[in-house]
Design a protein around this ligand. Structure first.
Ligand code: GDP
Length: 406
C-alpha cells in the first residue's frame, strides 16, 4: 500500500553538479511530468533559444509558478509505487537552516550530488556540514555525470572514498552511494547496462528503502498545551508530537516522573475514540485526575531527557547575542529563561570555523553551544524525535534564534 504522507527530502550539492537536472529527471521518469508537457517545455525552451535540457524543466515550472499556473517549486512532489516524496528547499537556500530549526519545513533524508568529473567542491562540503548540524542522518550520495568519465568504476570508487573520509568526522555515514547520469536517466528509476559493474539499487528504489521516521514506532510524546475543567474532570489538551496513545495506556508525567493512565481520549466531533496518532490534536482524561499544567510532558516511555543543561546547534537570526545575556528558551509548550556558552561558531556563507569572538553572535551565525536553563526541560535529541528536540530562542519576547538538541 502506498504511504499517504510524503517523505520530505532535500537535494543538495555544489552548483552545476546537476541538482536541477536530477529533479527534472525524477519528475519525468516517475511520470509526474507527462510526455506532452515535457515536449511543450522543450519546444518553448528551444524557441527561446535555450538549450533543451532537463534542468530547464525547473526554470519552466518556476516561470509558470510566477504566472500562477502550476506548482510551487519550493514543494515539488513525485511518487514511486511505495510512497510520495516532497523535495523541499535546499541547504543552499538561506532559509534552509531557519526552516529546519523552526519546523517550517523539515527534511528527513538528503541526496548529496557530486559531479564525478569534478569531485567534492566547497559547496559539497558546506552542505554536508549543514546537514550534520541539523541532524539529518539519512544521506544518499549520488555520483553524477558518470557519462563524462566513461562510466569508470575507478573514478566512482575514488569519489566515494573521498566523501566518506570527509563525512566521517561529522559522524555522517551515508546510507547509500549510487553512480548516476541525471542527464541520461541512468540509475534514476532504472539501472543501465552502461554501468553493469554497479549491482545496487537505482535512486528511487534506494529512497524507497529508507524508513519514513514519522511512521516508525516512536515513543509517545504529548506536550500539554492547556488543562480545562469540564464537569469536575480535567481535560488535558495538546498535540501528539510523536508515537500514539491508546485508551488505558500507562504514561509518565515529566518532569516529575509520576505515573498515570489514560481513561479517555477526546477528539473533536468523534465518539468512542481508542487511539490517537502522531500529529493529532486531542484531549486526554486521566484516571484519578492528576494535577497537570501547561509545559508538562506526557510520555509513553521514561527515556525523555529531563535536564537543566544541554548541548545544541543553534542558528542566530535576529539582533545580537553577548555573553551573559539572558535568553528565553521555548521548546514545544515548555519555557524557561537561561544562559548559553558558545564553544564554536561558523560563518554561514563559508562554514569556516571562527576561533575568535566566542563571546557574541551576530545575525546568520551558526554555533555549537551549551544552554543552561533555570527550569528543567523535558527534551529529546533532534535526531531521535525532531519535534521534541527543536527550540526557539527569544530575547525580550522577540524570536532571535533557534536550535536543535544534539
Ligand atoms: P545545478 O546547478 O546543480 O542545478 O546543476 P544543473 O542541473 O543545472 O546542471 C549543470 C549542468 O550539468 C547542465 O548543463 C546539465 O545539463 C549538466 N548535467 C547534469 N547532469 C549531467 C549528466 O549526468 N551528464 C552530463 N554530461 N551533464 C550533466
Amino acid at each position: 500500500m502506498m504511504e499517504q504522507v510524503a517523505l520530505p527530502i532535500v537535494i543538495t550539492g555544489h552548483v552545476d553538479h546537476g541538482k536541477s537536472t536530477l529533479i527534472g529527471r525524477l519528475l519525468y521518469d516517475t511520470g509526474v511530468l507527462k510526455e506532452d508537457r515535457f515536449q511543450e517545455i522543450i519546444l518553448t525552451s528551444s524557441e527561446l533559444g535555450k538549450t533543451t535540457e532537463f534542468a530547464f524543466v525547473l526554470d519552466a515550472l518556476e516561470e509558470e509558478r510566477e504566472r500562477g499556473i502550476t506548482i510551487d517549486t519550493t514543494q515539488i512532489y513525485f511518487q514511486t509505487e511505495k510512497r510520495k516524496y516532497v523535495i523541499i528547499d535546499a541547504p543552499g537556500h538561506k532559509e534552509f537552516l531557519r526552516n529546519m530549526i523552526t519546523g517550517a519545513s523539515y527534511a528527513e533524508a538528503a541526496v548529496l550530488i557530486i559531479d564525478a568529473n569534478e569531485g567534492m567542491r566547497e559547496q559539497t562540503k558546506r552542505h554536508a556540514y549543514l546537514l550534520s548540524m541539523v541532524g539529518i542522518r539519512d544521506i544518499c550520495v549520488v555520483i553524477n555525470k558518470m557519462d563524462l568519465v566513461n562510466f569508470s568504476k575507478e573514478v566512482y570508487d575514488k569519489t566515494a572514498a573521498d566523501i566518506t573520509a570527509f563525512l566521517a568526522p561529522l559522524s555522517i555515514v551515508p546510507k547509500l552511494f549510487i553512480p548516476i547520469s541525471a542527464l541520461n536517466g541512468i540509475n534514476i528509476t532504472k539501472r543501465d547496462p552502461l554501468i553493469s559493474w554497479y549491482d545496487g539499487l537505482p535512486l528511487t528504489d534506494a529512497l524507497d528503502s529508507l524508513e519514513h521516521k514519522a511512521f516508525e514506532k516512536r515513543p509517545f510524546r504529548f506536550p500539554i498545551q492547556d488543562v480545562y475543567k469540564i464537569n469536575g474532570q480535567r481535560v488535558i489538551a495538546g498535540r501528539v508530537e510523536s508515537g500514539e496513545a491508546t485508551k488505558g495506556m500507562p504514561l509518565f508525567i515529566l518532569p516529575t516522573g509520576k505515573k498515570t493512565t489514560i481513561k479517555e481520549i477526546k477528539k473533536f466531533l468523534k465518539e468512542d475514540v481508542t487511539v490517537a496518532s502522531y500529529g493529532e490534536s486531542i484531549g486526554l482524561i486521566m484516571f484519578h485526575n492528576p494535577k497537570l499544567q501547561r509545559g508538562d510532558i506526557l510520555t509513553g516511555t521514561n527515556d525523555a531527557i529531563v535536564t537543566h543543561s544541554f548541548d545544541a546547534n543553534i542558528f542566530w537570526f535576529y539582533g545580537e547575542y553577548n555573553l551573559n545575556d539572558i535568553i528565553e528558551i521555548k521548546c514545544t509548550t515548555e519555557e524557561s529563561i537561561g544562559k548559553m556558552i558558545i564553544h564554536e561558531k561558523f560563518d554561514p556563507a563559508t562554514m569556516d570555523k571562527k576561533t575568535e569572538g566566542l563571546d557574541h553572535l551576530e545575525i546568520g551565525e551558526v554555533a555549537r553551544v551549551t544552554i543552561s536553563t533555570v527550569k528543567s526541560l523535558v527534551i529529546d535529541p533532534f535526531s531521535y524525535i525532531p519535534e521534541m528536540g527543536r527550540f526557539i530562542i527569544e530575547k525580550n519576547g522577540i524570536p532571535v534564534g533557534g536550535g536543535i538538541v544534539v
